[in-house]
Design a protein around this ligand. Structure first.
Ligand SMILES: NC(=O)c1ccc[n+]([C@@H]2O[C@H](COP(=O)([O-])OP(=O)(O)OC[C@H]3O[C@@H](n4cnc5c(N)ncnc54)[C@H](OP(=O)(O)O)[C@@H]3O)[C@@H](O)[C@H]2O)c1
Length: 126
C-alpha cells in the first residue's frame, strides 16, 4: 500500500489531495495545526490515516514530522501543502513576515528538507 505524508491537510489543496489519495487506497499521515480537523478526517478511515498536529513555524515541527512518518511506516510521497497568503495592497509588513515564516522558513527547516531528500526515492513524486 502506498504511503503519503501531507502537511496542511486540514483544508484547501492538501485536504483535497488527501481525500483523493484515500479514495485511491493510499495510507496517509496528515498534519496541520487544527487537531479537531485532523481527528474528524481520521474518523473516515482510522486504519488508513495517522494524524499529527504540528505547526511548521515552530522548532518542534521536525520532531513531530518524524513521529508522523514513524506512525505511517515511511512514505512514498511527501506533500507540503501548508501555506498562507493574503491580499496585501497596503504592504503591511506583519502579513508578509507571517507568510514568509510559514511558506519559506517552514519549508526550509533543514530537517524537513532532509526528510524529503532521504525518505522519498528518486523515482517517486514529490
Ligand atoms: N488554493 C489555491 O487556488 C491557491 C492558488 C495559489 C496559491 N495558493 C497558496 O497555496 C497555499 C495553500 O492554499 P490553500 O488554498 O490550500 O489554503 P488553505 O485552505 O488555507 O489551507 C492551508 C493549509 O495549510 C495549513 N497551515 C497553515 N499554516 C500552517 C502552519 N503554520 N503549520 C502547519 N500547517 C499550516 C492549514 O492547516 P492549519 O490551519 O490546521 O494549520 C491548512 O491545512 C497558500 O499559501 C496559498 O496562498 C493557493
Amino acid at each position: 500500500m502506498k504511503k503519503a505524508i501531507i502537511i496542511g491537510a486540514t483544508s484547501g489543496l492538501g485536504h483535497e489531495v488527501a481525500k483523493q489519495l484515500l479514495a485511491a487506497g493510499w495510507q496517509l499521515g496528515i498534519a496541520g495545526r487544527r487537531e479537531a480537523e485532523l481527528v474528524a478526517f481520521q474518523k473516515q478511515s482510522p486504519d488508513k490515516i495517522a494524524i499529527q498536529p504540528l505547526d511548521v513555524t515552530q522548532s518542534d515541527a521536525s520532531e513531530k514530522l518524524d513521529q508522523l512518518i514513524a506512525k505511517v511506516g515511511g512514505m512514498d510521497l511527501f506533500f507540503l501543502a501548508s501555506g498562507i497568503g493574503y491580499q496585501n495592497p497596503d504592504l503591511e509588513s506583519d502579513k508578509e513576515i507571517r507568510t514568509l515564516e510559514t511558506n519559506v522558513v517552514g519549508f526550509t527547516r533543514i530537517r524537513l528538507l532532509r526528510h524529503i531528500v532521504s525518505s522519498v526515492s528518486k523515482n517517486r513524486v514529490i
